[in-house]
Design a protein. Structure first.
Length: 374
């Protein structure tokens, strides 16, 4: 082929290529190749964990005034020796249950028995003397009526009779004291309860008024709690209280029975007294109780953690509910707020609904979410 023909062919091939390149520069790119803007991009699906959501349930909510208290026996007694002597027997130990009047210990009573025997013998003598004085008085009265003795002689006989009668009465009193002293050599329980202290052993010398035992009735306990002055005005006699004790599963109930009207000068707190029914015997005196006095309570409402509520302090609180895979704003009404328990009772949402348990960063109403697998 000649050179001019080659040049012509080359031009014919180059021209279409240039035209195609220029056309490609001016043609718009296909839609799928254009990056989407922020407004047009689809929101990503947020996967929620089991800790992020909860199911609404109906449960009681109580507003409590917190307290801590030490439990003590409502009734207790210290048993002391009433006579001097050597302890012969000790019949009980710590932790044993006793009944009223049960024998706890015996103290040597030989000297007391001798005193009792002496008083009984003296009483017999005084009774015989009084009997003789009575016979003499009756005889003197007959002689006086017959005029054989003077009125003065009769009065002397009557006075002697009165003295003998007084001596007999005194002797009977002394005998009663001797019997009482002898009975006090037997140490008995003044009340039913549990022996929590035994302070004597057989063979030890006991002195009058020396403490030998301590007994407490644990069927009813009393807790003493200190309440700040700014809060004590919320309390009333008869209010119920709830508490727990470390080491024992479950809760316990109590009743507010007394409020000390005078504040502690050092702490400016008021002592309040809580009565606890312990007939089941689960509690012990001296245990530490922690709980709260019930100020208000709602039984049939949706209970939620306070963290689930938005704008809780406003007139229009709300929360985020999960419906059809999206978060929806759900207005609710607060029925009771229990700040100490971090719980709230609400209406406006049904039981069994899924809601956010607490605010999650970046999530708002309308966002698509995926619930955790059950």
């Amino acid at each position: 082929m000649h050179t001019p023909d080659l040049i012509k062919v080359g031009r014919s091939l180059l021209l279409p290529a240039v035209v195609i390149a220029l056309a490609a520069c001016g043609r718009p790119a296909p839609p799928e190749a254009v990056p989407a803007s922020g407004a047009q991009a689809a929101a990503p699906l947020r996967q929620l964990s089991a800790a992020d959501v909860l199911q609404t349930t109906v449960a009681p909510v109580a507003s409590l005034l917190p307290f801590t208290a030490t439990l003590n026996a409502l009734q207790s007694a210290e048993v002391a020796a009433q006579v001097d002597g050597t302890v012969q027997q000790v019949l009980v130990r710590e932790g044993e249950q006793v009944t009223r009047g049960q024998l706890l210990a015996r103290i040597d009573s030989e000297a007391l028995q001798q005193q009792l025997n002496e008083q009984q013998a003296q009483l017999a003598n005084d009774e015989a003397r009084l009997k003789l004085a009575r016979l003499k008085l009756d005889k003197q009265r007959e002689l006086l009526q017959q005029g054989f003795i003077s009125k003065l002689a009769f009065d002397e006989t009557e006075s002697d009779y009165q003295v003998r009668a007084g001596e007999l009465a005194a002797r009977r009193s002394q005998l009663a004291r001797a019997r009482k002293s002898l009975s006090e050599s037997e140490v008995r329980a003044p009340m039913a309860g549990t022996v929590y202290a035994r302070l004597t052993q057989p063979g030890e010398q006991a002195a009058r008024n020396q403490k030998l035992f301590a007994i407490a009735d644990l069927a009813e306990l009393e807790g003493v709690a200190s309440i700040p002055a700014r809060l004590v005005g919320q309390l009333k006699i008869g209010q119920q209280a709830r508490f727990t004790v470390e080491g024992i599963d479950g809760g316990f109930s109590a009743q507010l029975v007394r409020i000390n009207p005078v504040a502690n000068a050092a702490t400016r707190t008021f002592n309040v007294y809580l009565r606890v029914d312990n007939r089941a015997g689960r509690l012990r005196a001296g245990q530490f109780a922690q709980g709260g006095v019930v100020l208000a309570e709602v039984d049939n409402a949706i209970r939620l953690p306070l963290a689930a509520l938005r704008d809780a302090d406003s007139a229009a609180p709300w929360l985020l509910a999960v419906r059809d895979g999206r978060l929806q704003r759900q207005p609710v009404k607060v029925l009771l707020r229990a700040d100490s328990e971090r719980q709230v009772a609400v209406s406006g949402i049904a039981a069994g609904q899924t809601v956010l348990a607490a605010p999650l960063l970046g999530l708002k109403a309308g966002d698509a979410v995926s619930l955790p697998p059950r």
